[in-house]
Design a protein around this ligand. Structure first.
Ligand code: SAH
Length: 218
């Protein structure tokens, strides 16, 4: 099943059955998820599961998110194309790659060196020259590159980090799971309406690994 273009047909089915059928509508997101070779972002011995409908372990106790969650969060950023995006929790680099198909530039931060290095290598070899990976604490954002039209956080926070809110461009969205450390979180979308005016929406229940850091869990 996985010889030749086997992965391409699995990817096309993933887009149809896991994304489109569940209500992902953004053509840009569906096209991006149809393009990125997810099998390159999972450990070699798990490539056969790359298009499964769930998260997968990527080492260091972390996971690559379920494809549907990546699509849902990317859709919530409402990118039109060409934006500057901040991605917190690079992990495998997969979500960064999906956003890089739409945005102009993606800045991605991962706190575990081994994952940051591997993700940077995968992104480079897959041709994503518009993603920059940095190893460090993403809860403080990346002030040098602000403002961001979109910020996505792939780990659960105790509360919305103030520093991230204030690195959003006016009109930009921050998508972040907020809630208890080891159970279910609410996926929140914070939109910066004006300098000091933010709107908060609850997009539903999700389950993420904890966001560790200065404005995360200790
Ligand atoms: N977007 C990833 C999913 C990563 S899981 C992908 O597509 O594969 C969440 C990641 O967030 C983990 O790798 C974890 O190490 C990282 N993380 C947790 N707290 C962090 C912090 N404060 N700054 C940066 N990365 C963090």
């Amino acid at each position: 099943m996985n010889q030749g273009n086997g992965f391409e047909s699995q990817r096309a089915s993933m887009v149809d059955y896991q994304l489109r059928a569940r209500g992902i509508r953004s053509i840009k997101v569906l096209e991006a998820m149809g393009q990125v070779a997810r099998e390159k972002f999972v450990p070699k011995n798990m490539q056969d599961c790359a298009y499964d409908d769930g998260p997968l372990p990527i080492g260091a106790g972390q996971t690559i998110s379920q494809p549907y969650i990546v699509a849902l969060m990317t859709e919530a950023l409402d990118l039109k194309g060409g934006e500057t995006v901040l991605d917190i929790g690079t992990g495998s680099g997969y979500a960064a790659a999906v956003m890089a198909c739409i945005a102009g530039q993606v800045f991605s931060i991962e706190r575990i060196p081994e994952l940051a290095e591997r993700a940077a290598r995968t992104l480079a070899s897959e041709g994503f020259g518009n993603v920059e990976v940095h190893c460090g604490d993403g809860t403080m954002g990346w002030p040098e590159h602000q403002p961001f039209e979109g910020i996505i956080v792939a780990a659960g926070a105790p509360a919305v980090p103030e520093s991230l809110k204030h690195q959003l461009a006016v009109g930009g969205h921050l998508v972040i799971p907020v809630g208890s450390e080891h159970s279910v979180q609410a996926l929140m979308r914070i939109t910066r309406l004006a300098d000091n005016e933010f709107r908060t929406e609850d997009l539903g229940a999700v389950r993420f690994v904890p966001l560790l850091g200065e404005q995360g869990w200790s």
